[in-house]
Design a protein around this ligand. Structure first.
Ligand code: AMP
Length: 214
């Protein structure tokens, strides 16, 4: 099964992706995580991506397409994958479509579901400004909703692009970028809107109702 997850930063899509991965076993491939890894490893791709990411801008299509195409052609993704944060633009969606229909990633060409998680901007700003990340495990905490244990609290960091100013700019860009993408998948009748407010388990149930209909 091939699932794409679309949602603004802080919509809970990473958490939901991890839950789906646990249940269904398909790899969760996050373009943001892969790019951050490339940056912290100092690879040529990471060095190129860094200045865009720290400004809250999208990295150039060719760069992220290269990283994701390599990843989805690995054997663990041949039966399916869960893409989180990719595609973000129509050229990226077209590149993915081309790769799938070339049989590069898999002879079965279908993307089964595109899930768009919707959360109001005001809620996102509250959620993200308190977000902290453990650089050792990549686990995400929240100063109010899920504080880190004391031994981890001393080492958690705020992602540079989680600051409120950069976040507002990311949200503005997200809405502008996502509109054509939504139209692209809506035309293909595989887009499903998932309301992202409420408990984690409620959002999970809404997703399951779409991807695992009884
Ligand atoms: P995320 O963790 O998904 O919020 O991504 C963090 C940052 O990585 C974004 O603000 C972009 O700079 C970059 N990024 C992640 N995915 C993509 C993508 N599909 N296209 C372009 N830039 C991306």
């Amino acid at each position: 099964m091939r699932i794409l997850l679309i949602g603004p930063p802080g919509s809970g899509k990473g958490t939901q992706a991890a839950l789906i991965q646990k249940r269904l076993g398909f790899p969760h491939i996050s373009s943001g995580n892969m790019l951050r890894e490339a940056v912290s490893e100092g690879t040529p791709q990471g060095k190129r991506a860094d200045r865009y990411m720290s400004e809250g801008d999208l990295v150039p299509d060719d760069l992220v397409i290269e990283i994701i195409m390599e990843r989805i052609s690995l054997p663990d993704a041949c039966k399916g994958f869960l893409l989180d944060g990719f595609p973000r633009t129509v050229p990226q969606a077209e590149a993915l479509q081309d790769a799938l229909s070339d049989g590069l990633a898999n002879p079965d060409k279908r993307i089964n579901y595109v899930l768009k998680i919707e959360v109001p901007d005001s809620e996102i700003i509250g959620r993200i400004s308190g977000r902290r990340i453990d650089p050792v495990t990549d686990k995400i905490y929240h100063v109010t909703f899920s504080p880190p244990p004391p031994e981890i609290a001393t080492r958690v960091i705020q992602r540079q692009d989680d600051s409120e100013e950069i976040l507002r700019s990311r949200l503005g860009k997200y809405h502008a970028d996502v509109a054509p993408l939504v139209e692209y998948y809506d035309r293909r009748k595989i887009l499903h809107v998932i309301p992202g407010l409420g408990e984690l388990s409620e959002v999970e149930a809404r997703i399951r109702a779409v991807i695992e209909p009884s």
